[in-house]
Ligand binder design. Structure first.
Ligand code: HPA
Length: 252
């Protein structure tokens, strides 16, 4: 069963035919909210709003361990994470959709492993390719079939938030090879890897990163909201194609 984790701008899936909700408990505490089960194009999926249903949980306070654990516990075999980002790379503009292929983690102080010395042997997971190659490929194929333009590949820089970046920080990230910045991609991706759940992301460019393009003199939040509203329709279409309409992804 495919799990979809929705971020800012995707707190519910309007194309989800809801069957039931479950309030999960995990050894790591409570997930961001109830898990919402239902069907898209006849395929069973589970949805979780990363910031809670009232969008009250900031990126550094999300209980990522509980979220990923609960999804696995309730039968998720694949995870697609939807998250808004700021675009750094020159060809990225508000409204663009990126399927990132790499991550640089700038976050700190987050509980970022299940292997934290509580009596279990130390495990070092391989994270050379942080996103699942096959799930990325299916997402890219789904977008192509739906006639939705996406950018195949990008380096995601995970920043701590909740504040946005300074212009100088964005210049630094660019020098280090970052294409998009967001606040929630880590430790979500590595926790999925630790639990061996294939994980890929759909990044929606909500704004030019600080100091760039339309954000040269600051980030305009009204504009950002508009962009997210418009683009989420396209994200939903990609997910529809992925789960049921034309591919056999994630039906086990
Ligand atoms: N920076 C970090 N996270 C974000 C941004 C940004 O500019 N836009 C949306 N999420």
């Amino acid at each position: 069963m495919l799990a979809i984790i929705g971020g800012s701008g995707l707190t519910k899936l309007s194309n989800l035919d809801v069957s039931h909700r479950e309030v999960a408990r995990t050894p790591y505490g409570e997930p961001s909210g109830a898990l919402t089960f239902g069907r898209i194009c006849n395929a069973e999926v589970v949805f979780l709003a990363r910031h809670g249903y009232g969008h009250a949980i900031p990126p550094h306070m999300v209980n990522y361990r509980a979220n990923i654990w609960a999804l696995k516990e309730y039968g998720a075999t694949h995870i697609v994470s939807v998250a808004s980002v700021g675009g750094i790379r020159d060809d990225l503009n508000p409204g663009d959709i990126v399927i990132p292929h790499q991550i640089i983690d700038y976050t700190w102080g987050r509980k970022s492993t299940y292997f934290d010395g509580n009596g279990t042997p130390v495990v070092h997971v391989d994270f050379t390719e942080p996103y699942d190659g096959e799930l990325r490929r299916l997402l890219i194929q789904a977008a192509a079939e739906a006639g939705i333009a996406i950018k195949d590949g990008g380096v995601y820089g995970a920043t701590q938030g909740p504040r946005l970046e300074t212009a100088a920080e964005i210049c630094r990230y660019e020098r280090e090879g970052v294409d998009v910045v967001g606040m929630t991609g880590m430790p979500e991706a590595v926790l999925a890897r630790e639990l061996e759940i294939p994980y890929a992301a759909i990044n929606l460019v909500a704004n030019h990163a600080a100091g760039r393009g339309e954000s040269t003199h600051g980030i305009r939040f009204e504009r950002l909201e508009e962009t997210l509203q418009e683009a989420m329709g396209r994200v939903r279409t990609v997910i529809e194609r992925l789960v049921g309409c034309h591919t056999a992804c994630c039906r086990d």
